[in-house]
Design a protein around this ligand. Structure first.
Ligand SMILES: [Zn+2]
Length: 248
């Protein structure tokens, strides 16, 4: 069980250390801190980012052997990947290598968090890549040196049980939520529901393809209560048996 908490960099600061809210979220990019100093854990890095690091070193989420701490909402394009493509299309995840932490546990935790993000953001395993993939930097270094095998890491992700990541939100910004439906067998079935959402309920909505099925994701609601009310509405109209509320 990994606790995922947010310690979000405030908007004004985020504007300075990212490329803005233009991340297309196609990839999950794996990094390491490369800092073995004792105490250089996820909390420490989240605080550093909160207090203002520079653009080239911004990333979304830091994971250690105890927890995962999120610094930026994923729609921000952080600078950590070292190339425009990686920065504008990647969710940057950094694993701690602090000497007072358990590195292999941190790698396990990162795998569970990555599995959760893949599910929430509809990102396939093929698009989970190393920082090296985008810029040739030797990162994540320990993993690349074989201290945790990359293929093993991908296997952990594939086998990560759903529901082992517990999100604990400590908001520093306004919270916003999408509602997602279950999947529909055909595009037409999803389109019918899409039209109800759009023209009857007045919601912004888009369709997402997940392998050969389709699901719907609403535009953002500005509170959890609103998102929960939308879920109720969907269930009451029997448009989807299952729904989920996900944070932006
Ligand atoms: Zn890196």
């Amino acid at each position: 069980m990994v606790v995922w908490r947010q310690y979000l960099v405030p908007e004004a600061q985020a504007a300075k250390v990212t490329y803005g809210k233009q991340n297309t979220k196609k990839y999950i990019v794996i990094h390491e801190t490369d800092n073995e100093k004792s105490g250089a854990d996820a909390d420490a890095y989240a605080r550093l980012q909160f207090n203002g690091m520079h653009r080239e070193a911004s990333w979304h989420l830091t994971v250690d052997d105890k927890e995962a701490v999120q610094s930026f909402e994923f729609n921000y394009a952080c600078g950590g990947a070292g190339s425009a493509k990686g920065n504008l299309q990647g969710i940057q995840i950094t694993i701690c290598v602090n000497s007072d932490g358990d590195y292999s546990q941190a790698v396990h935790n990162a795998a569970e968090v990555v599995a959760r993000i893949m599910r929430d953001e509809s990102i396939p395993i093929e698009n989970v890549v190393q920082h090296y993939y985008f810029s040739g930097k030797n990162c994540p270094r320990k993993m690349r040196e074989g201290q945790a095998n990359w293929l093993q890491f991908l296997a952990y992700i594939k086998n990560a049980p759903i529901g082992t990541v517990r999100k604990r939100k400590i908001p520093t910004d306004i919270e916003r939520y999408h509602v997602v439906t279950g999947t529909y067998e055909t595009r037409q079935a999803a389109e019918n529901v899409h039209d109800v959402f759009k023209y009857r309920f007045g919601w912004g909505v888009h369709m997402e393809q997940i392998s050969d099925k389709w699901r719907l994701k609403t535009a953002l609601f500005t509170s959890k209560a609103e998102a929960k009310a939308a879920e109720k509405k969907i269930k009451a109209a029997q448009l989807s048996e299952v729904t989920d509320v996900i944070a932006e």
